[in-house]
Structures are given as C-alpha cells and as structure tokens.
Design a protein around this ligand. Structure first.
Ligand code: F0G
Length: 443
C-alpha cells in the first residue's frame, strides 16, 4: 500500500549548545549559543522515525530520484525528513544540489592495496563544492526566519556557494576573504553572483574575527559552517553514500579537515542513521589535514582535549585554516567512529591530485588530501586490503587552475614524480612537429 507523503520539514528537533546544553528557541545572527558562545547542533526527536520502517523511508527517498518535482530533484531535500529546519509552508532555496557521482577507483586502489576504493565527488555540486549541500539548508532557514542579508568569512568555496544561494533567494550578501590567499576562480564566482566582496589583508582566521565584529553591528545571518543548519544539509552526503552501497555503509570514509564542519556533518549523518535502523553499522571516519595546517592532528595526538591554533600555510588554500571552529565536534566523530587523524605533505597532496586526474577525476588540492591520506593509512596498515573506502572529494578540479598549471609545469617549490607531470608544449604550427612528439610518445 502506498503511504502518504509525510508532512515535510516540520521542526522535529531542537537546537542545543554542545558545551553548556542551552536550548535557544531560534538561531541568532552569529549562529552561536546565546548563553556561552559555543557551537549549536540540532538534536532529534527519535520518535518521528517510527512512523515508517527503515525500508519504507529508503523506498520513499529512492522513488524521489525519478520524480520531476523541484524539491525531489535536490539530493539534499530528497531527504527532507532528516532536515528539521522549515515549516511545511516554506519552500527551500535550491539549485538542485547533491546527487553527486560515486566513482570507483580500481586502478589506484590496487596500487595502494585497497580492494574497493571510491571517490564521492562533491565538486559536482552547482557551484563546484560540497558547500552547496549545507548552503541550501542554511539559506533556506535564514530566509524563512526573515533574514535580509547573509555573511561569511571564507577560503573561497563557502563564499562562492553563499553568493549563489543568496542570489537565488534575492538576499544581500557580504563576503570576507583573505586578500591574495584564495583562488581566482572562487573569487570570480562570488563576483558573478553579485556578492559584496571584501578582500581583507589578513588570513582566513583574521577574516573570521572581523566577521564576528561586523555581525555584532550589522543584521546579517552568518552562514559559515558554525551555522548548525549547514551541518544538517551537509550530513546528507552520508545518506547518499549509504544508499549507493544499498544501505550497507562502507568500512571507511576519508574526508579533508579545514574548519572541521564537514567531518562533523558526515559523522552526524552516519551516526543518526544507525539508531533509526537505516544502516547496521557506522564507517570509520578519518580526517586528513595538510602538514602546514594541522591543528586537529596535533590536538588528536595529544589526547583530543585541547586545540592549540597554528599559523596555517599550505598550497591547498581551501584548508589553510589555523583555528578551526568545529574542532571539538570533529574530535567527537573521531572517537565515536574509531577514525584516524593524520596529515600529509605538500608533495603528497600535489601528487595525489595528479593521480586522481589520471583516473579522469579532477579535484582541487584540498580534496586530494583524502587520497594521499588513504595511501598513508594503507601503508601504515590502518586500512586493510579487503576494506571499502570512500574518499570525499570536496571541490571541483577547475576551482584552482593556477596550482594545476604550476604542478604540471614543474613550478611548485618541491619535486613531483615525473610521470605524473604533463607540461603544455609550445610548438611551431607544423604537423611534423606534432608527429615527432607522437613518435616519441608511442615508441
Ligand atoms: N575542501 C574544500 C574544497 C573546502 O573548500 C573546505 C573548506 C574544506 C575541504 C574543509 O572543510 O572546513 O568543513 O573542514 N572551505 C571553507 C571555505 C573553509 O570557506 O570555503 P571544513
């Protein structure tokens, strides 16, 4: 018997502070706990899930993949019962995000001794990064709450995504980015989408500080990843992965770590699905940072109790973050899933990026940390050859072409394994010149 469509988006949870346990009734513009200033998260009323069996929920969500209804075409709002954000009467702001591809990587998996290696490419989202899955949720909720302006500090992808969703929603938006420290592609996106874009002469962590001061004096809703509604949207990647594995979660999921919200969201998604019977077990979630921006790795090595900020420096500009806001949520995910936390060098990141390219899967440097991290975990014996491993690729390959060109032209400040490099060749316009090269290539 067909079941009626559940009333969607009715608030079925409440906001709670991760530190003092306060329950604010609404999200303030700074998105923080009004009592102690720490992060908030959505807590579920589990009773809701007993209205249907796990198989009925799974069938409902799968059926929406073939629906033409605008809401169903979003890979986030397809799972709208998991997002306790909007009342029935409110329509989300969507660009049909989510439903991203999951690519098998058998050749490279075999090379590093991982039997079943996959890449979940979140760079295939509308603005080219995973941020869109969280942004549709945060912008929809902010508009429903009456916001006229949105604001963020960013290493580039959040600002591109916020600007696009603000434009769709008809809201004003303020972008603060560190001058000279984000890729041109990401900066250009914010301009195209019409954001008021400020390049501040500081780093990302400095932009976060200024944003807090601005928000205290100007009524804009913060949509940085400290906003708990972002986490709700971003957690749907876990549901997509579980669905793609026919609701048997993979053994291991590997994610890059910057401000550390994405790792928290991924963990929240998997950890919520288990008690509801949607999956039987949770994968280990491992977080990989760049060696030059590794405050979580240092914190984890020292027991995970305290995070000491660092001055961050890495070619992976998206994760050039020294004082990550969501570090304690990420530590919780590492503890609860038995994940690993390690860092990789600049050369490992660049070579992993080129290696993925050779599989037909281009991504930005921050995303390639996952492949470098998985290879390191396999070398250390922390991933066994029988395991299924999913890498979360967070950004599109065209996000940062400067780094890609520098890599292939041999202009990075460290050597790259020569077979991975493909420098562009400048020739006289003669067929012979081209044929000569082809000769050398095939013989
Ligand atoms: N990968 C990419 C491509 C990113 O843009 C980011 C973060 C991350 C990984 C790390 O995710 O912060 O949730 O741990 N970019 C943010 C931004 C900070 O402003 O675009 P995280």
């Amino acid at each position: 018997m067909a079941l009626a469509e559940p009333s969607h988006c009715v608030p079925r949870g409440f906001l709670r502070c991760i530190t003092c346990g306060a329950h604010p009734g609404a999200l303030a513009n700074d998105a923080l706990c009004p009592s102690c200033g720490d992060l908030l998260e959505w807590i579920w009323d589990d009773g809701f899930w007993h209205a249907r069996t796990p198989a009925q929920w799974q069938a409902l969500w799968r059926a929406r993949r073939t629906s033409n209804a605008p809401l169903d075409r979003s890979g986030v709002w397809r799972f709208r019962e998991m997002l306790p954000l909007l009342a029935d009467t409110e329509q989300p702001v969507t660009l049909q995000e989510g439903n991203t591809p999951l690519y098998p990587l058998p050749r490279y998996g075999a090379a590093i001794g991982v039997g079943n290696l996959f890449a979940k490419h979140q760079g295939a989202n509308p603005t080219g990064s995973f941020k869109d899955t969280g942004m549709t949720a945060a912008v929809s909720a902010a508009r429903a709450a009456g916001a006229r302006w949105l604001a963020c500090a960013s290493t580039g992808n959040t600002s591109a995504s916020m600007a696009a969703y603000a434009a769709r929603a008809g809201l004003g938006c303020l972008v603060l980015v560190p001058e000279g420290k984000i890729s041109w592609g990401k900066l250009a996106q914010a301009l195209d989408y019409g954001a008021l874009t400020c390049q501040l002469r500081t780093d990302f962590d400095g932009c976060v500080r200024i944003l807090k001061e601005v928000i205290a004096r100007f009524p804009a809703a913060t949509v940085n990843s400290i906003n708990p509604n972002r986490i709700e949207g971003q957690k749907t990647v876990a549901v997509e992965i579980a669905e793609a594995f026919d609701w048997q979660a993979p053994d291991h999921v590997v994610v890059p770590g910057g401000n550390l919200a994405n790792a928290s969201a991924l963990g929240k998604g998997f950890l919520e699905m288990r008690p509801w019977g949607l999956i039987a077990r949770v994968p280990r979630i491992s977080i990989i940072q760049a060696q030059g921006a590794n405050p979580l790795v240092r914190c984890w090595r020292n027991g995970g109790e305290q995070m000491v900020p660092v001055v961050a420096d890495t070619l992976a500009s998206a994760i050039r973050i020294g004082n990550p806001a969501s570090w304690n949520k990420a530590v919780r995910v590492l503890h609860e899933t038995g994940g690993e936390c390690l860092d990789v060098t600049e050369a490992e990141i660049a070579e992993a990026k080129a290696t993925l390219g050779r599989e037909g899967v281009a991504c930005e440097p921050a995303s390639a940390t996952t492949l470098a991290g998985a290879a390191k975990l396999a070398r250390l014996g922390r991933i066994r050859s029988s395991e299924s491993v999913v890498l979360i690729l967070t950004g599109h390959g065209l996000k940062d072409p400067d780094i890609t060109l520098a890599l292939h032209r041999g202009q990075l400040p460290f050597p790259i394994d020569p077979p991975l490099r493909r420098a562009p060749l400048v020739l006289e316009p003669q067929a012979d010149a081209v044929l000569h090269l082809l000769d050398a290539e095939v013989n």
